[in-house]
Design a protein around this ligand. Structure first.
Ligand SMILES: Cc1cc2nc3c(=O)[nH]c(=O)nc-3n(C[C@H](O)[C@H](O)[C@H](O)COP(=O)(O)OP(=O)(O)OC[C@H]3O[C@@H](n4cnc5c(N)ncnc54)[C@H](O)[C@@H]3O)c2cc1C
Ligand code: SF4
Ligand code: SF4
Length: 484
């Protein structure tokens, strides 16, 4: 009876090194780690010792016998990863050597932002004896999207807050809330007191839809921030008076929004959802959320664990005409194909495919129907000329995130990241590092990955920073006396 990784896995890989038989994959040193939807336990190799359960910060690992109804599909999801001889029993790459500083000068680092990437970076830096980290956060509460993004009913995922609280309690950790760097406090101010400034500011703005009527349409980001009580969105009002809402885009955030809109308010009341959102949802009339993708179901952007979670929370249906191009070999494709076809009449989420938004009006959204076109083994989607209008009150776009440029730092407009080499900020004109300036998290690599993905990302940046400190490449902070 093996142990099983379930939905709340955030890919931080803490379990990997806890496992005595190396049966949890992909590991951070395996090529598919960066794209994995979660980590998986090899049922043939697991010896059921339970060490991984203790290591997991979000309670994602359960013994086979302890799975509830909603978690049971994860038995197959874990096993499926190891099908086709993918069993991996290799020796784990050894832990990287501990960080150490070869200069007499105790390291001082300013971190801008307090989301997961900032917290993992601080944890890594504080393994160095005598190091000091000052974390500057523009909001009055720390931990970034873990508080203002992660859905309130993802209670297990939010348990990572306990890990961040433990990091905050370490000697050398100093948190400065309500300080927006780039305003009253600037980069040069931070460099006067620190050897380096590490930006972990995330990607707080949205990609915008470019169709008539899209100006002024609410984004899923704004809606998520509202139901999570983000102070910038506390006064927002949303039209919940219509029985149908439409979400354009079908990633995990679209599923979060659809789930929150269709969950009975009494169930949401047991979560940290904002009181204003809860009251608005109580009096709202939304019964159906239609989540729309312009491509086919094989290109659904959501992950399989999130679809499994949605399916166990609310009825999910998909019209048969939209089910093209699914492959029997893929567990995710099978899960989509096996969804209900006919709604039973209660609250539900409907997945729609092959619909490209053409115009947003007062009555809803008009789409152009696409059809798949395969040539040389590559499938593209071409307009058929047919239009489909979905009546709706609330219309949300959820088509991705974009980082904002930071004052005084270079910015790659196309990728919406600060140009960097493994976390060292570089001048795009010369490729030379900008002294004492680093990035981690979504501002470094773009809005991809899970909470725990930021741990590996932060570790890479901190290793570059410490190497630069040891090599004397960091500017001396003017306000810090030289060591005697
Ligand atoms: C809606 C949503 C739901 C998600 N749900 C999940 C989930 O369920 N499970 C999961 O594993 N992952 C989830 N993710 C992904 C996860 O949240 C991200 O991987 C992670 O938060 C990125 O971390 P970060 O540190 O780069 O950025 P963020 O978490 O965005 O943190 C950036 C921080 O910097 C602060 N900041 C920005 N500018 C400044 C400034 N100038 N001065 C001071 N502070 C500043 C911000 O206020 C913020 O606190 C979700 C993402 C979104 C958007
Ligand atoms: S129960 Fe033990 S053997 Fe099984 S995955 Fe967890 S740590 Fe590895
Ligand atoms: S959250 Fe981390 S420790 Fe838990 S199962 Fe996922 S990778 Fe392993």
């Amino acid at each position: 009876m093996p142990h099983v990784v379930t939905q709340s896995c955030c890919n931080d890989a803490s379990c990997v090194h806890a496992c005595p038989v190396n049966c949890i994959h992909p590991t951070p040193d395996e090529p598919d780690f960066g794209t994995a939807e979660m980590l998986y336990i090899d049922p043939a190799a697991c010896v059921d010792c339970g060490a991984c359960v203790t290591a997991c910060p979000v309670g994602a690992i359960r013994p086979h016998g302890g799975l509830d109804e909603a978690q049971r599909p994860f038995l197959e999801i874990n096993a499926d990863f190891y099908k086709d001889g993918r069993t991996r029993r290799g020796i784990l790459a050894p832990h990287e050597p501990p960080l150490h500083v070869t200069t007499r000068e105790p390291l001082r680092v300013a971190i801008v932002g307090s989301g997961p990437s900032a917290m993992y970076a601080a944890d890594e830096i504080l393994t160095i004896p005598g190091a000091r980290v000052d974390v500057y956060e523009r909001l009055a509460t720390p931990y970034g999207l873990v508080r203002t993004g992660v859905a309130p009913d993802h209670v297990d995922t939010r348990r990572v807050i306990e890990v961040f609280d433990r990091i905050s309690r370490q000697d050398g950790f100093h948190l400065h809330l309500g300080v927006e760097v780039g305003g009253r406090v600037g980069h040069a101010d931070l460099l006067r007191d620190h050897h380096a400034v590490l930006y972990a500011t995330g990607a707080s703005s949205d990609r915008r839809l470019d169709v008539p009527g899209a100006d002024g349409v609410t984004t899923a980001t704004e809606f998520v921030a509202w139901y999570n009580g983000h102070p910038d969105h506390a006064d927002h009002r949303f039209d919940l008076s219509h029985r149908r809402a439409v979400v354009i885009g079908n990633g995990n955030v679209a599923l979060d929004v659809a789930r929150v809109l269709t969950t009975p308010p009494d169930a949401l009341a047991r979560t940290p959802v904002s009181r204003a959102a809860l009251e608005a949802l109580r009096v709202g009339a939304v019964e159906e959320v239609v989540v729309v993708g312009r491509r086919g179901p094989a290109d659904s952007a959501f992950t399989l664990p999130e679809l499994v979670g949605l399916r166990s929370a609310v009825e999910v249906v998909v019209p048969p005409a939209d089910l093209v191009g699914l492959d029997d070999a893929s567990l995710k494709h099978r899960a989509i194909r096996d969804l209900g076809r006919e709604p039973s009449g209660g609250r539900r989420v409907t997945l729609r495919y092959l619909l490209a938004p053409a115009e947003i009006t007062d009555t809803g959204v008009t789409f152009t129907r696409n059809a798949p076109h395969t040539e040389d083994g590559r499938t593209t989607y071409v307009p058929t000329g047919e239009t489909v209008h979905l009546e709706a009150g609330l219309v949300l776009t959820s088509i991705g995130y974009r980082a904002r440029p930071l004052p005084g730092l270079p910015f790659d407009e196309r990728r919406a990241v600060v140009p960097n080499d493994r976390g060292r900020v570089v001048d795009p004109a010369t490729g030379a590092p900008v002294p004492g300036t680093y990035v981690t998290g979504w501002i470094k690599r773009g809005p991809t990955g899970f909470i725990g993905t930021n741990k590996t990302c932060a570790r890479e940046t901190v290793r570059q920073l410490v190497a630069d400190h040891n090599a004397g490449r960091l500017p001396r902070p003017a306000a810090v006396p030289s060591p005697a």
